[in-house]
Ligand binder design. Structure first.
Ligand SMILES: Cc1ncc(COP(=O)(O)O)c(C=O)c1O
Length: 460
């Protein structure tokens, strides 16, 4: 790092997430200064194909001037006002109206927050408030899944089922229980078929509910297709069984659509892709294509009415934040939804995801690849030492990390590593073209070939 370079100045005062803190201070970050389409540029003008859409979020790509204009226009008109204490703003009204017509629920109610974490955290509070309001004060536990990711606040980290996120943070909260990850590759017993695996996990969910006491269990939270925890598409009949069990014990299905929502899985909602009828949905990321921080909690009318009856008894709903329904963020989200319709992003994703699937299936044939998992434009490539015998790599070899790093350093492709096994994840901007999908996988294949060669030489 050059003295007084941006990287050197960065590490002097800026704390970063998901880095080894000391190593990061020594190595320094790469500084991204511009973006256009599916590419970002570093401070030296070097372009990188953003195969992860930033953090699975920049759906409309970088440099979309209509979104910039929407923000500027709203800033000029009214840069800020709040939505608490009997006030409101037009962009929040328009966005709530628009979203309520898009979600698979009748007459829902919507609360705006700033991030996926905040939305899931507030949702926990709302679920608890709701059950207090309707006279079920003991029904409070929330069941989440191992390797599900739901955010970074105290509540959302507790919902998250990734051990490293809990360690040394004194989490999870005691109200949260975790059940098995529906990741067949990592979780199936010897000889178990996919559907047997799904049935067993559903049975284990029911056993967990019974052991906890069904009268104490309020909700089950899941990403329809797991994102950061592995890009897991649960096998049938997992969700059908899960929903039967939740209905039997009057437990809410909290659908985390933070990654899945807005066409990522090939349909408007992950719930549609996986056949889920949720009681609530949390939305973020694609909602503004990440041009502004904004998230939403969508709740069914029954839950809202329960909360309303509770707030009536308590005087008022004692929850609110400075930026809920921020007019600039809502104006940008409205423009995102308009552009998605005008440009038929749904139709585009359905078309281009076929190319994505074809390239995923092709890389699955590589000797280093054990399995590929994908839905729409999100996918994971899992590296294995020997797919025939199901042998994983020794974690100390860091194969997934090496491929990810090689892709970025040698082939200017940014992808994401995953915390489960040795896997690399893809979630490119939804505007990616078929030829850009090919470009992305061509770069990735070169990185996989490089590391395969290195491993062979190391083993010799
Ligand atoms: C499924 C899911 N839920 C919640 C979150 C948390 O969102 P945020 O990072 O905006 O707080 C994420 C973030 O990656 C996510 O993938």
């Amino acid at each position: 790092m050059l003295k007084n370079s941006a990287a050197a100045r960065d590490v002097r005062h800026l704390v970063h997430g998901y880095v080894e803190l000391k190593a990061h201070r020594e190595k320094g970050p790469s500084v991204i200064t511009a973006g256009e389409g599916i590419f970002v540029h570093d401070e030296n003008g070097k372009p990188f194909l953003e195969g992860a859409g930033g953090m699975w979020c920049t759906s409309l790509g970088f440099g979309e001037s209509e979104l910039v204009d929407a923000a500027v226009e709203q800033m000029r008109k009214l840069p800020y006002y709040h939505t608490v204490a009997y006030k409101t703003v037009n962009p929040a009204i328009d966005l709530a109206e628009k979203l309520s017509a898009m979600v698979p629920m009748d007459d829902p109610m919507i609360y705006f927050a700033l991030s996926g974490s905040e939305a899931n955290d507030f949702l926990m509070k709302f679920v608890w408030y709701y059950n207090n309001a309707i006279g079920r004060p003991q029904k409070k536990k929330i069941i989440s899944r191992i390797n599900g990711y739901h955010g970074a606040t105290v509540g959302a980290t507790s919902l998250t089922g990734i051990q490293v996120n809990h360690r040394a943070f004194d989490l999870p909260l005691p109200q949260v229980l975790h059940v098995a990850d529906p990741n067949y590759l990592h979780g199936a017993q010897p000889g178990e078929t996919r559907s047997e695996f799904a049935e067993r996990l559903a049975r284990e969910l029911e056993e967990t509910i019974i052991a906890a006491g069904p009268e104490t269990v309020a909700a089950f939270i899941a990403e329809p297709v797991t994102g950061a925890g592995g890009v897991v598409v649960p096998p049938e009949p997992y969700y059908a069984r899960v929903q039967e069990i939740l209905a039997k014990y009057d437990i809410l299905f909290l659908d985390d659509e933070v990654i899945n929502g807005f066409w990522r899985t090939g349909n408007l909602w992950g719930a549609e892709t996986m056949g889920i009828q949720p009681a609530t949905m949390t939305l973020a990321k694609g909602l503004t294509s990440a041009y502004q921080p904004l998230s939403a909690i969508v709740m069914n009318r029954e839950m809202y009415e329960g909360m309303e009856s509770g707030s009536h008894g308590l005087g008022y709903f004692a929850h609110g934040t400075t930026y809920s329904g921020h007019p600039v963020a809502c104006a940008v989200a409205l423009k995102v939804l308009e552009l998605m319709e005008r440009r038929d992003i749904g139709g585009h994703v359905k078309k281009v995801s076929q190319r994505f699937a074809a390239r995923m299936d092709r890389i699955a044939e590589h000797p280093l690849v054990g399995e590929v998992r994908y839905a729409g434009l999100m996918g994971a490539v899992e590296l294995m030492a020997d797919k025939a015998s199901g042998r994983f790599f020794d974690p100390s070899l860091g194969v997934g990390k090496r491929i990810k790093e090689r892709a970025e350093e040698a082939y200017q492709l940014i992808i994401r590593g995953l915390p489960v096994g040795d896997a690399c994840a893809f979630a490119p901007p939804l505007i990616i073209s078929e030829s850009e999908v090919d470009d992305m996988f061509d770069r990735f294949e070169k990185a996989v070939d490089d590391i395969a060669g290195e491993l062979a030489r190391e083993a010799a």
